[in-house]
Design a protein around this ligand. Structure first.
Ligand code: BMP
Length: 220
């Protein structure tokens, strides 16, 4: 069972995606890909692929009715990512209710992977996550401690983690710190043969996770 979610931020050939998708847990659809292909183009690209979850990642951050309008137009998605910093009332609580009613899942950003994210925001995002009770959390592979903190605070939530590979974190490290899945994009697509790249990084991830077995996160 794969512990990767493949980030699709730019167009990929359907044949390549047919090969990759059975080997990952899910696909994460970026706004860039959607702007390139249009919603119908994305639907056509993903139709019938052998994958457990399609996550739409537009990092929603608006008032509830606007976000509800956006997710309603994207019925092919199983789940959506939204920013936590926008807060609960009038925004995320309503979005969560709306998604629940439509059988869709919500992930909230706990913290981001880039250098400029200010970790002093995390106590606020944690409070919002407690209020809204989303299905899952996005937490950065690039800062071990931050994932561990979210895992400790939310033992049963799915944590998806960007930052492995191109952004510098070793494959498997986020899982070792408590993530459920690692998100990977450019390390698959930016060089050589995507299928081979996925094979190589999956082996690296497995090795790292075996190494960290015995730690709390590794036992998950
Ligand atoms: P890559 O493996 O190419 O660095 O891609 C990471 C993916 O995770 C991108 O789709 C990006 O939008 C997303 N992401 C991130 O890099 N950092 C975050 O904090 C949150 C994200 O969703």
């Amino acid at each position: 069972q794969s512990r990767f979610i493949l980030a699709l931020d730019f167009p990929v050939k359907r044949e390549i995606l047919e090969e990759l998708s059975p080997k990952v847990h899910g696909l994460k659809v970026g706004l860039g890909l959607t702007l390139d292909l249009g919603v119908q183009g994305v639907k056509d690209l993903l139709k019938g692929l052998d994958v457990e979850e399609i996550v739409v990642d537009f990092k929603l951050a608006d008032i509830a009715p606007i976000m509800q309008g956006i997710v309603s137009r994207l019925s092919f998605a199983d789940s959506f990512i939204a920013h936590s910093v926008i807060g609960s009332k009038g925004a995320l609580l309503d979005l969560k209710r709306f998604l629940d009613a439509n059988g869709k899942k919500l992930y909230l950003l706990g913290a981001m992977s880039h250098e400029g994210w200010d970790d002093s925001l995390n106590s606020y995002t944690t409070k919002v996550i407690l209020d809204v009770d989303p299905f899952g959390i996005v937490a950065p592979a690039t800062r071990d401690k931050v994932i561990s903190q979210f895992r400790e605070k939310f033992p049963s939530k799915v944590i998806i983690s960007p930052g492995v590979g191109t952004q510098g974190a070793p494959f498997g490290s986020a899982i070792c710190n408590g993530a459920t899945y690692e998100i990977v994009g450019r390390s698959i697509f930016s060089s050589g043969d995507p299928l081979n790249n996925l094979k190589f990084i999956s082996e690296n991830q497995e090795r790292e996770v075996l190494n960290c077995k015995g730690t709390k996160a590794g036992k998950q």
